[in-house]
Design a protein around this ligand. Structure first.
Ligand code: BDR
Ligand code: CA
Length: 308
């Protein structure tokens, strides 16, 4: 069967890096677009290029928005380090971005194909700008599968998840765009797909260069979750959004109306999902509630180990 065509919009990011490898294995990745998020844009772009170089991926990387639509830029050094990809020794990166016009790339690609999935796994700035500039792409894409939000607790605040909190106005545009199919992998879902010392050991035992690099990424990322949250397992948030396209049968979804809080004093960036019984009559989103974590982990390990 043909692999789904996707644009991966990301802010690498440890889990974004794994999403890149997973997407490269399971999808036809037409482009990687980068956004300010876990680290400033220059770093997230360099990190996307680093992953392509390391894994020998021939995928164009287009740099995008260097700040959110309205709120000041914020990053996540506590989770991802100052580079956004702290942990392993950092090789020199020789690859260059294909352009600095991620938004143009998203629009052109969506118009050139009938069936492209947009897979945003960082703040939604690029996607919102593309929708605002070219509203026709909303109907053209196969769907939008995003990592963001939560039906439950947040991570950056008690109620908000980082990607939505970092650019709530962009998220509001995306959720409100009327796209025929939006899938949301929020924290309530992504915390079911965790990696820990066993996965690092499996990757190291495989002996590959990419696997060793990702094992070092896992160790750094896990140490942060141990310190901050007392967890001995770290969620692979972003790969969930890829898997929701490639392996939807591993998930359970519920059709919900999801809105984004942009101005709440305590709730900025909260995804408000209407879970009232009988409220599913105007759903704008398929919210992911559970997944087969063992099968998902196998796919992740396979993707990482498939590269030398
Ligand atoms: C999201 O924020 C980032 O830290 C991760 O890469 C993920 O996309 C989780 O809240
Ligand atoms: Ca991310």
């Amino acid at each position: 069967m043909a692999k789904p065509k996707i644009i991966l919009d990301c802010d690498p990011g440890h889990d974004d890096a794994v999403a890149i490898l997973l997407a490269a294995r399971q999808c036809e990745v037409l482009a990687i677009t980068t956004v300010s998020g876990n680290a400033p844009l220059a770093m997230t772009t360099a990190n996307a290029l680093l992953m392509c170089q390391l894994a020998g991926l021939d995928i164009p990387v287009h740099a995008g928005a260097d700040r959110p639509l309205l709120v000041p830029a914020a990053h996540a050094p506590r989770a991802h380090g100052a580079t956004g990809l702290d942990g392993p020794p950092r090789p020199d990166v020789h690859l260059e971005p294909a352009s600095n016009d991620a938004v143009g790339c998203i629009i052109e690609t969506a118009r050139a194909h009938d069936d492209v999935w947009l897979v945003p796994v960082g703040p939604l700035t690029n996607i919102a700008l593309a929708i605002r500039q070219a509203p026709d792409i909303v109907e053209r894409v196969a769907g939008i599968s995003l990592m963001g939000g939560s039906v439950g607790p947040g991570n950056v605040t008690p109620t908000a998840e980082f990607n939505i909190w970092a650019d709530p106005h962009a998220a509001q545009i995306v959720f409100g765009a009327g796209a025929p199919l939006v899938r949301m992998a929020g924290l309530n879902l992504t915390h079911q797909l965790c990696v820990g010392p066993n996965e690092s050991a499996t990757l190291r035992a495989s002996g590959g260069n990419v696997a060793g690099f990702v094992a070092d990424l896992f160790d750094f990322y896990l140490a942060g979750y141990r310190e901050r949250a007392g967890l001995d397992a770290a969620p692979m948030h972003d790969p969930c959004a890829v898997l929701a396209v490639t392996h939807p049968e591993l998930f359970t979804f519920g059709a919900r109306q999801v809105a984004v809080e942009t101005i709440g004093e305590l709730t900025r960036g909260m995804t408000v999902a209407d879970e009232r019984p009988g409220a599913g009559t105007m759903p704008n989103c398929e919210v992911a509630y559970s997944l087969n974590a063992a099968a998902a982990l196998e796919l992740i390990i396979d993707a990482v180990c498939s590269r030398d």
